[in-house]
Design a protein around this ligand. Structure first.
Ligand code: ADP
Length: 511
């Protein structure tokens, strides 16, 4: 079997049981099955660049290769470009995007350093799999250092329509960087369709076969691989005697009414204030003192150096306080808001003990919490999943109660419907959901991506991209640069050569 090299911004510590964040959870699951190397940032910050070295740690079947970032890298590459530009734009929040030249330079610098440190330790037969938006241009850096291996890239976050994406300064450079990968993977069909539209309408490319795109004579595969969870380990955790005990220990079990659970990183994309407002609306729907349900919201801290995240924390604290003030009683705290990460087995127990799983992001790549909630249920008396139509998971988990998270009344009515749903209907829905969660589990996700990556070149051999070849030949005859339609033909910041053709595109103003 070929060695797998996984590259992501952050390498999580396998010793920590509570790896919050879907990416870390998926990668652990993948490497546990496959073995290989995981390369990335160790989470530490050092004073200056000269102190950056790589450390190798063997852990079961995988080797973790990590390095620190400098304070400046953290500010510019991680907080700045990755999380104040790419994250909001890909979650359709152009209003929250903040762009600076320094952040863009930091993003380039750290990606180049990743390529510099990784390329010498790659073997010729390795399959390289790069994860997520922090590292879009890594493929370009690796190719420039002579890495000829198959390299795949996976977007864990949504891929917005071209009209939204093109609000990112530097989007032409970023998109052309993606062409250096053999395979680009997406969570959902709509992300994939948005990408294909970008390639065809904004880059003059074409779809030459299912999942095969061609731009200026250069081929690339792009496909959908929905991320999943390690279902069996979650089922086992939720059913364990420890989980039972934990459920009984929580005073929350003694509360009147049914329990509703929400588990999210404290991120503006998760729709937490809207969720609290919908819960308040539910309480308003019931006559005085009938105490229909209690909400427990576990929201782990994330990126709390950024203003948008500080604001959302304050908003939630105010909202939960207001709900408890208005509706609470001596024996009842209607909304519990817990601002920390909790152990995964505790999460599994809490999911199982809750009649409703409330997963209502405003936009989400996939959302693993939805899948974990389903996996943790008791088959004989399952709870009901309420799921945002804007979570990638909704493409698959259609037997959930699908809601528009912006519509507070609709979400409140869905909760009411879940409270009143018969056991028979809950069982039928749960069986169907569990089938889908099992079908698209972590192992399947990893294997299907790796299978597609290792067979990419074989499948592309012999493909002829008539339109692009004609255009490239014509451009070469004219000696001109290929420009993105509708943009100036000044060369972009990388000036990258793609099969003899240089990609142009307005080098957009960075301020
Ligand atoms: P994202 O990747 O945006 O964080 P996902 O729902 O896909 O969203 O993944 C979240 C993962 O992190 C899930 O596996 C979930 O169990 C875990 N998680 C989220 N919040 C917490 C928390 N407060 N404590 C522990 N784990 C958490």
């Amino acid at each position: 079997m070929r060695r797998l090299v996984i590259v992501s911004n952050r390498v999580a510590d396998p010793g920590r049981g509570q790896a919050s964040g879907g990416l870390a959870v998926c990668i652990f699951d993948a490497l546990r099955v496959h073995g290989g190397m995981w390369f990335g940032w160790n989470g530490e910050i050092v004073a200056d660049e000269a102190k950056i070295g790589t450390a190798f740690v063997k852990h079961d079947s995988c080797t973790l290769v990590t390095m620190p970032l400098t304070e400046r890298d953290y500010r510019e590459y991680f907080l700045g470009f990755s999380n104040e530009v790419l994250w909001p734009v890909h979650h359709y929040r152009l209003d929250l995007a903040r762009f600076t030249l320094e952040a863009a330079e930091g993003y380039r610098r750290v990606n180049a350093r990743f390529a510099e440190k990784l390329s010498p330790i790659v073997n010729r037969s390795d399959l390289i799999w790069v994860h997520d938006y922090h590292l879009i241009p890594l493929g370009t850096g690796l190719r420039a250092r002579g890495v000829g291996n198959e390299i795949g890239f996976f977007f864990h976050i949504p891929f917005p329509p071209p009209e939204v994406l093109s609000a990112t300064p530097e989007h032409e450079w970023l998109m052309s960087s993606l062409l250096e990968y053999d395979l680009v993977g997406f969570q959902t069909r709509s992300d994939h369709a948005n990408f294909c539209r970008f390639i065809c309408d904004f880059m003059g490319g074409e779809i030459t076969a299912p999942d095969t795109l061609c731009v200026a004579g250069k081929y690339l595969r792009a496909s959908v691989f929905p991320v999943g969870i390690d279902v069996e380990s979650f089922v086992a955790m939720a059913r364990s005697p420890e989980a039972e005990k934990r459920i009984h220990r929580t005073r929350w079990q003694a509360e009147p009414g049914l329990s509703v659970i929400g588990v999210d990183r404290l991120d503006y994309s998760k729709g937490l204030p809207e969720k609290f407002r919908a819960f308040r609306r539910l309480l308003e729907m019931y006559p005085d003192k009938s105490k229909p349900a209690s909400l427990i919201q576990i929201a782990s801290p994330t990126r709390d150096d950024l203003e948008a995240y500080i604001a959302i924390r304050q908003e939630l604290e105010t909202l939960s306080g207001a709900i408890n003030g208005q509706f609470g009683d001596f024996d009842w705290t209607p909304a519990r808001y817990i601002h920390r990460a909790v152990e995964r087995d505790t999460l599994a127990a809490l999911y199982r003990a809750s009649r409703i799983g409330l997963v209502t992001p405003l936009r989400d790549g996939m959302n693993l919490v939805a899948k974990e909630y389903v996996a943790a249920q008791d088959d004989a008396d399952p709870g009901v999943l309420i799921l945002s139509r804007f979570a990638g998971a909704a493409e698959d988990l259609q037997e959930a109660l699908i809601v528009n998270p912006y519509d507070i009344d609709e979400v409140a009515h869905a909760m009411r419907r879940a409270i009143e749903m018969t056991k028979e209907e809950r069982i039928v829905r749960h069986q169907a959901l569990m089938g889908r969660v099992r079908q698209h589990d972590a192992c399947n996700w990893m294997l299907s991506f790796l299978r597609a990556l290792s067979s990419c070149r074989e499948q592309l051999a012999g493909n002829v991209c008539e339109r692009s070849v004609r255009r490239r030949d014509a451009d070469q005859r004219r000696g001109s640069l290929v420009a993105f339609p509708g943009h100036s033909s000044a060369s972009n910041s990388m000036g990258k050569l793609i099969t003899g053709t240089k990609f142009g595109g307005g080098s957009t103003s960075l301020t």
